[in-house]
Design a protein around this ligand. Structure first.
Ligand code: GTP
Ligand code: MG
Length: 196
């Protein structure tokens, strides 16, 4: 697949430190431990491209991965981790909102949510900001392997229904970095955003 050639490019401590970019960026965001890094590794077929961890809050930096000179994937730090001090949380929320509003090269946002606990407050804020910035949103309901097929379908339909309220360009798929459920659907959407 096109994504296998992804290479680590650089890290940034926060959104203000990202330099301007002429190409296309797609960002991956979600609560701590939602499975962002695992999804990036699955997508790129690289076991250790993005660091994964059992400890929530592992990805503290913004990590940029290059597909080619004009296309990038961005692994954003997770939010909602209980142990992070409130001022840091506030700062992160503010800069995330600004990133979605002002980053011109950003063409789409992938929002990852554990299929068993979707649409928490911060997830909804994030989706709202993305839609406000007129960005298409791909919701991946992660760890779909943890649910039986019936329950997985029900959760996916529930989130699809709920996402209508945002009145944006939102697509919802169940996803598993373990089983590969939803991988080809996700790839198809990302290829469109990346103009591949
Ligand atoms: P932060 O960087 O801390 O925000 O976390 P993250 O969103 O990058 O999550 P990460 O990919 O590190 O995964 C967190 C934990 O969930 C790890 O223990 C993963 O092995 C596990 N995990 C991720 N995706 C899946 C999945 O599809 N199925 C199952 N069963 N476990 C998963
Ligand atoms: Mg991570």
């Amino acid at each position: 697949s096109y994504f296998t050639k992804a290479k680590f490019l650089t890290s940034a401590p926060d959104i203000q430190h990202l330099s301007a970019f002429d190409g296309i960026e797609i960002a991956f965001a979600g609560r701590s431990n939602a499975g962002k890094s695992s999804a990036l590794n699955k997508l790129t077929r690289q076991k250790n491209l993005a660091r994964t961890s059992k400890t929530p809050g592992r990805t503290q930096l913004i990590n940029l991965f290059e597909l080619d000179e004009s296309r990038r994937l961005v692994d954003l730090p997770g939010y909602g981790y209980a142990k992070v001090p409130i001022p840091m949380k506030k700062k992160w929320q503010k800069s995330l909102g600004e990133y979605l509003q002002k980053r011109e090269c950003l063409r789409g946002l992938v929002v990852l949510m554990d299929i068993r606990h979707p649409l928490k407050d911060l997830d909804q804020d994030l989706i709202f900001w993305a839609v406000s910035a007129e960005l298409p949103v791909l919701i991946l309901l992660t760890k779909a392997d943890k649910l039986k097929a019936g329950k997985r379908k029900a959760q996916t339909l529930m989130v699809r229904e709920a996402s209508l309220a945002f009145q944006g360009d939102i697509t919802v798929h169940a996803f598993s970095s373990l089983s590969g459920v939803g991988l080809s659907e996700a790839e198809n959407i990302l290829m469109q955003w990346l103009e591949i």
